[in-house]
Design a protein around this ligand. Structure first.
Ligand code: ADP
Length: 638
């Protein structure tokens, strides 16, 4: 596909150093990397989508792209327009219709001809007007002279001249209506048009006829001159891109469908009570390739007929969020930095170390071992902020420090909130990070997509009057109940206490500050309950995350990297995570020395680490071992 990374001739790829961050690229800065000319060759990853775009461009098929924002959907749509043949481009002219002023005529001519035609009409009108005014002044002069000479009447002369002048003006009114309106002009278009109609209102998408306040009396603008093209008309012979397709109102989606089906669409005024609504042009060509985009939700909410239209006459493709990390990929990410620098035009080139830092960040943001994120819009944002910092300092190159500073600056709203939250909790000493407490466990949760918080859980067990109940507050009630019922199966086996006869109170200390995910706190709840039930204290210098099965297995959860970082920021020393998540840990270097990570696969291991108070704890663990011994032994052997 011709999208390999090319470097300037004197720079090479050192095959022996392929394992380095730059994949063996021997460069000093991003300026040594060539940016491909064609947009389609600049696209990184998304091989599937790119193949489809290449194919769809050849066959002129519609495409639907579903995936996360910033992964290259509009980039690919634009790339597709560059691949369409330019020869077919057309100009569209709207003419006055002498038979019916409200139905302007539409003519299509090869691109570039439109301007010539309009110029020719203007020239003709100018000549005609010149001729007319020449004639007019002669007649005025003659009449005026005659009135003075013969009738000796100055006033009569002036009145006669005025009448003649107005008569001429009125007659020449029609001449403007002879000049056609150049609705679509492709004269300067180097490639097939690309129209982004994302979030367009009906007029911008389907075309409009402007309102005319003077609808009669010789002052009106002729209707053909008030016609305006919509996205579907400007995209003729090119690409119409609509992101968030589901946000387009249903009527517009229906009309869009008609335009796709018929390949032409008349323009009429979109606001019902304006004079424009009386006007309807002859059909205007709308022979475009449609690229519809959105996330998974978008697909559910879009007009089913429109979707089946695209599906039946085109392709559907899912965009990847991450891609496997390989030397070749990392070289492409280096090229990505060069591309963004070139696109922006003002950023200082990145040094090799600065590029390495960006690649590290791409790894980190993937949230998956051995992968790189494909959310390039955000990554591009980081490149720009880094470059801006270097530029503000007046440096020739963007350095690693600048990238690090940019990372700190360009935190998401959720990250800013979470950091603020951690700080505030430290102020109020809500985060306990030392000592041992019965029934209290530091859990971990994720806010938004990319920020963790410490979320303490407290449990209290009290004898119940009737059958036992799990009492929890807020949105996490269900999760708490499930966690307790899972842990009660385990408790039954090793404990004399029958939890089904007790009330278990669970409190999430200060949850509700935004979307806390439930499932990942279930080992936290279980630990708190066991601690309360057995009256064994829990270490407060540690936090945990993990989901619990009925058998006591600790199952993987999301967002471990962010959770670990939150624990470290809150001053905790140890963090328990599911063993299955071990490979997802990509914490920043600065936290590596601050916190010890303990991967576990069974609740008995969690308790082994989390509980304090040696004798009681050892006896509990022994009892646990006797019933769930296998998991523990495995760990000891391993
Ligand atoms: P989407 O339409 O999926 O929301 P865009 O195509 O608008 O995302 O991407 C925004 C910017 O991010 C692009 O202009 C480009 O600079 C960069 N970008 C996105 N995806 C890629 C990709 N796959 N390869 C290279 N750059 C990309």
């Amino acid at each position: 596909l011709g999208s390999e990374v090319h470097v300037n001739s004197d720079v090479e790829i050192n095959e022996e150093e392929e394992d380095t961050l730059l994949g063996g690229l021997q460069i000093d800065s991003s300026a040594d990397i060539q940016v491909p000319d064609r947009l389609v060759d600049q696209v990184i990853g998304q091989d599937h989508a790119r193949d489809i775009v290449l194919k769809a461009a050849k066959q002129r098929r519609h495409v639907m792209m579903i995936g996360s924002p910033g992964t290259g959907k509009s980039m690919l749509a634009k790339a597709m327009s560059q691949l369409l043949p330019k020869e077919e481009l057309q100009d569209v002219l709207v003419y006055h219709n002498p038979d019916d002023g409200n139905e302007p005529k539409v003519r299509t001519v090869p691109a570039g001809k439109g301007e010539q035609i309009v110029d020719a009409h203007k020239e003709e009108a100018r000549k005609r007007n010149q001729m007319r005014s020449f004639l007019m002044w002669i007649i005025i002069a003659v009449v005026f002279g005659y009135a003075i000479l013969i009738a000796q009447q100055l006033l009569l002369g002036i009145i006669a001249a005025g009448i003649i002048y107005l008569a001429f003006k009125y007659m020449s009114r029609g001449s403007d209506s002879m000049i056609p309106n150049l609705l679509v002009n492709n004269a300067d278009q180097q490639v097939a048009p690309f129209e982004d109609a994302t979030g367009a209102h009906a007029g911008a998408l389907l075309g409009d006829v402007r309102h005319d306040p003077f609808q009669s009396g010789g002052m009106e603008t002729p209707s053909h001159d008030r016609v305006e093209a919509g996205g579907i008309h400007k995209a003729n012979k090119g690409v119409l891109f609509v992101d968030e397709i589901n946000t387009l109102d249903i009527r517009s989606q229906q009309k869009l469908m008609t335009a796709i089906q018929e390949g032409e669409f008349s323009i009429t005024g979109q606001s019902e009570r304006s004079s424009g609504a009386m006007v309807q042009t002859e059909p205007v060509p709308t022979d475009f390739v449609m690229v519809a985009a959105g996330n998974l939700d978008a697909m559910e909410n879009m007009h089913p007929a429109l979707r089946s239209r695209i599906k039946g006459y085109g392709y559907e493709v899912y965009m990847d969020d991450t891609i496997e990390d390989s030397p070749e990929m990392r070289r492409k990410y280096a090229r990505f930095v060069a591309q963004e620098v070139a696109n922006d035009g003002r950023l200082p080139p990145f040094t090799d170390e600065a590029i390495e830092e960006i690649i590290l960040e791409a790894r980190r943001r993937a949230g998956r071992k051995g992968h790189l994120t494909l959310k390039f819009r955000d990554l591009g944002g980081l490149v720009r902020v880094s470059g801006d910092i270097a530029r503000a300092e007046g440096r020739e190159h963007t350095r690693r420090d600048d990238v690090l500073e940019a990372k700190a600056r360009s935190r998401s709203i959720e990250q800013q909130l979470a950091d603020d939250y951690i700080e505030r909790r430290k102020d109020y000493e809500l985060t306990v990070n030392e000592g041992d407490v019965v029934g209290r466990v530091n859990g971990l949760a994720v806010m938004g997509e990319d920020s963790g918080i410490v979320l303490p859980v407290m449990a209290e067990v009290a004898p119940s009057q009737g059958p036992g109940d799990v009492i929890a507050t807020g949105q996490l009630k269900e999760m708490a109940q499930e966690a307790v019922s899972n842990v009660s199966a385990i408790i039954k086996k090793f404990s004399d206490e029958d939890i089904s006869e007790k009330d278990v109170h669970i409190q999430f200390v200060q949850a509700g500050e935004g979307g806390v995910d439930g499932d990942s706190a279930s080992i936290t709840v279980a630990t708190a309950v066991i601690s309360a039930l057995e009256n064994i204290p829990v270490r407060q210098d540690m936090a945990m995350t993990g989901s619990l099965s009925v058998r006591g297995d600790v199952l993987p959860v999301g967002g471990v990297t962010h959770k670990i970082e939150a624990a470290a920021k809150s001053g905790l020393d140890t963090v328990i995570i599911p063993k299955a998540n071990e490979q997802d840990v990509m914490i920043e270097d600065e936290y590596k020395d601050q916190i010890e990570i303990v991967p576990v696969s069974h609740i008995s291991e969690v308790l082994d680490v989390a509980l304090a108070g040696e004798p009681a704890k050892d006896s509990l663990i022994d009892r646990l071992k006797s019933i769930t011994g296998s998991a523990l032994e495995q760990r000891e052997v391993g």
